[in-house]
Design a protein around this ligand. Structure first.
Ligand SMILES: NC(=O)c1ccc[n+]([C@@H]2O[C@H](COP(=O)([O-])OP(=O)(O)OC[C@H]3O[C@@H](n4cnc5c(N)ncnc54)[C@H](O)[C@@H]3O)[C@@H](O)[C@H]2O)c1
Length: 339
């Protein structure tokens, strides 16, 4: 079995190229979402714990089973810990044997950015030039870079309640092709923006975006509202928006749409992502509508990332081979390993 540590993934991405990895991941995500019906999937089981949430995200098709363990503890940075960390595994389904154990913190940021970029490509106006982001934490630069691969972004406007998070964001994106505009508040950041991405962490219903600020034609990526009792948009925005979710059964519990009852939400949600990616439903219909990608993150995105990394790690001979399962000449003789 292969082990992909953070160092191994970093090396792989260095060899392969950050943009190449994101490009391949977007392609893979599109292919995997297009096989939606082939996957055995469930809304993720989550456990609300003091200060955060712990989630397990399993999925399988006819070849592989993957799962991710992930948390979200918004107050962790106060003690120099990350808000979101994750680990995961890829197994073959014919034998159940694990093939890969992996870090999933970087993978999560990569797959969230890649899926959001794909959604944006289908939902944002083609001539979108200004991208506003609220929340410049761990996920933010990945989102900025991936979205810039699908639209010709000329300006990034940003705001975070933590000025040090904005300093870090500026440092990491220094030298980018777009203009960087630091804003005093979220309203200033979103004014005149074509695309708005919210990626804040707070375990509450917070109006990070106010309805009054949202003008027609805008596309919103709501990334940070992703568990029970944790949303980022003023409710009125939802009724004005064409809403796309990843997976309705999970989004109804965890997304912005948790604020509707199930029946209302069924009427209100326009599509699941796979319907857009396969052309079953069209993306943006005109220049005026407000579109909302209400993301919570689903197991299929991790499946795509893990299987891509597995393929690349095999090809480039990266990742240490370890035994986490016994290697026996007689498979019934488990006790022999102790002799
Ligand atoms: N949808 C998905 O697939 C997905 C994937 C990964 C993370 N997330 C979510 O995205 C969010 C951000 O994750 P992260 O790893 O970047 O966390 P992070 O803690 O590193 O960054 C979050 C940032 O939001 C800022 N913030 C909090 N409230 C704010 C507000 N009202 N206005 C402006 N800024 C505010 C914080 O100061 C912080 O810098 C989390 O809520 C996480 O659960 C979603």
């Amino acid at each position: 079995m292969k082990i992909i540590t953070e160092e191994v993934l970093t090396e792989l991405i260095k060899i392969y190229g950050f943009e190449n990895y994101l490009k391949d991941l977007m392609k893979k995500l599109r292919e995997d979402f297009s096989r939606w019906e082939e996957f055995n999937k469930i809304p993720r089981p989550s456990m609300q714990v003091p200060g955060g949430v712990l989630e397990l995200m399993p999925i399988c098709d006819k070849k592989y089973y993957t799962f991710k363990y992930v948390n979200c503890h918004p107050k962790n940075p106060e003690t120099k810990l990350m808000t979101v960390v994750a680990t995961g595994q890829l197994s073959r389904i014919d034998t159940g044997y694990p093939l890969l154990v992996s870090e999933m913190t970087l993978h999560t940021a990569l797959r969230t950015a890649a899926t959001t970029a794909l959604a944006t490509d289908f939902l944002a106006r083609k001539n979108s030039k200004i991208h506003a982001i609220i929340g410049t934490g761990a996920q933010s630069e990945f989102l900025i870079k991936a979205l810039s691969m699908v639209r010709d972004i000329k300006e990034v406007r940003y705001f975070d309640i933590d000025s040090l998070a904005m300093d870090k964001f500026e440092k990491n994106l220094k030298g980018s092709a777009f203009k960087m505009t630091r804003c005093k508040n979220a309203e200033e950041a979103v004014k005149g923006a074509d695309i708005i991405t919210t990626c804040t962490a707070c375990k509450a219903h917070v109006d990070v975006l106010k309805n009054d600020w949202i003008k027609s034609g805008v596309h919103i990526n709501g990334i940070g509202g992703d568990t029970v009792g944790k949303t980022e948009l003023e409710f009125l925005i939802l009724s004005r928006s064409k809403i796309v979710v990843e997976y309705f059964d999970q989004a109804i519990a965890e997304g912005e749409i948790q604020r509707f009852d199930r029946k209302e939400a069924k009427k209100k949600v326009y599509a699941e992502l796979y319907e857009i990616f396969t052309g079953k439903k069209s993306g943006r219909a005109n220049e005026k509508e407000i579109t909302l990608y209400d993301s919570v993150g689903i197991a299929l995105e991790d499946y795509s990332a893990l299987t891509l990394t597995y393929e690349l790690a095999q090809k480039h001979n990266l990742g240490e081979e370890i035994n986490l399962t016994p290697v026996l000449s007689n498979p019934k003789d488990l006790i022999s390993v102790l002799n």
